[in-house]
Design a protein around this ligand. Structure first.
Ligand code: GLV
Length: 318
């Protein structure tokens, strides 16, 4: 490793997996890593010279110890925790990467959406009892409406998967635009769309414009058959409003992979709610195999001292 090799700090809970994978992807870099809880164990002199940072969440106190920091690569799609980080100067470009999250999340959404219509639990119970029950006819989702709130690369992939199940998919976006592949409507149309929707998937980023968007007023347009699936961010939706909507039949079932506070606190009513499925923010895992192709160009640019491309808009928030 030459002295002039550019330094990339990898501060990540799975750093031991990421450091070798990034080194293979761009061997010209000087890469060191640590767990976010142990970043202070890295040589402070080395850290002070590092120009790049690969991380998920940014531990407090780290950025001020990296005065040469010139690029932050997030290990995931959502950059809400980075864009507004008070220790990260606005001039530092932040890149996101959604790898193949669209595929992962599409599988997650289909798996959980189909669970009830396919009577998975009832079939398992019948099998345990040795009962052949031909009355367990699956629900026909064909032609039923699915809404996908947030229609970027990930939302589109989810939309394609739901369409392949025979559902009528509409993307919900904040600003009107047309799309060659799917009908898009703005969130102002929620009152007319939600009443007949069978499924609502939240796959929007958390930004000042989307935070707490799914509240009591939004949900009051729902219906008792509606399955609401959140793979976006926990703060898109108010949990107390969801619990009330489940009680009043404005939502039939909720599948939540993300929460306003993670890990989900042990006293949360969601853990034991009969109409709620809780999963541990695993619908779009960041793996080197899926993510590195997305960031490879910027890794090369960084190694060569060229400008990074595709940085997020720090004011817009994604
Ligand atoms: C995961 O939540 C991500 O934003 O990548």
């Amino acid at each position: 490793m030459s002295d002039s090799a550019r330094k990339l700090a990898v501060i990540h809970h799975r750093w031991a997996e990421w450091v070798p994978a990034l080194a293979v992807a761009e061997p010209r870099l000087d890469i060191r890593g640590s767990h976010p809880r142990e970043w202070e164990s890295l040589d402070p002199g080395w850290l002070a010279m590092a120009e790049g940072l690969f991380c998920w969440r940014l531990p407090a106190g780290l950025a001020p110890r990296m005065p040469h920091l010139a690029w932050v690569q997030n290990s995931g799609a959502g950059v809400d925790h980075l864009v507004a980080h008070p220790e990260l100067p606005m001039t530092i470009p932040i890149s996101r990467a959604d790898g193949h999250f669209g595929f992962w999340m599409a599988r997650y959404v289909c798996c959980h959406l189909l669970h009830e219509p396919q009577h998975v639990d009832a079939c398992a119970a019948a099998q345990r009892e040795g009962t052949w029950n031909p009355a367990l006819i699956p629900e026909d989702l064909g032609g039923k409406a699915a809404l996908v709130l947030g229609f970027g690369r990930i939302g589109r992939q989810i939309g394609r998967a739901l369409r392949s199940l025979g559902m009528e998919v509409t993307g919900l976006v904040r600003e009107a635009r047309s799309d060659a592949e799917f009908p898009l409507r703005t969130v102002t149309d929620v009152p007319t769309l939600l009443g007949s929707a069978r499924c609502l998937v939240l796959s929007a980023p958390s930004t000042p414009a989307t935070r707490w968007m799914v509240d009591a007023e939004f949900l009051r347009h729902g219906n008792a058959a509606l399955t609401l699936i959140n793979v976006g961010r926990g703060d898109l939706m108010r949990i107390e409003d969801l619990v009330a909507a489940l009680a009043s039949g404005q939502v039939g079932r909720a599948v939540l992979d993300v929460f306003p506070r993670e890990p989900l606190p042990s006293d949360s009513p969601l853990w034991h709610h009969p109409k709620v499925t809780v999963t541990p923010h695993h619908s779009g895992p960041s793996t080197p195999k899926n993510l590195i192709p997305d960031i490879l160009d910027n890794l090369h640019r960084f190694a060569e001292g060229r400008p990074i491309e595709g940085a997020v808009d720090r004011v817009r928030g994604y």
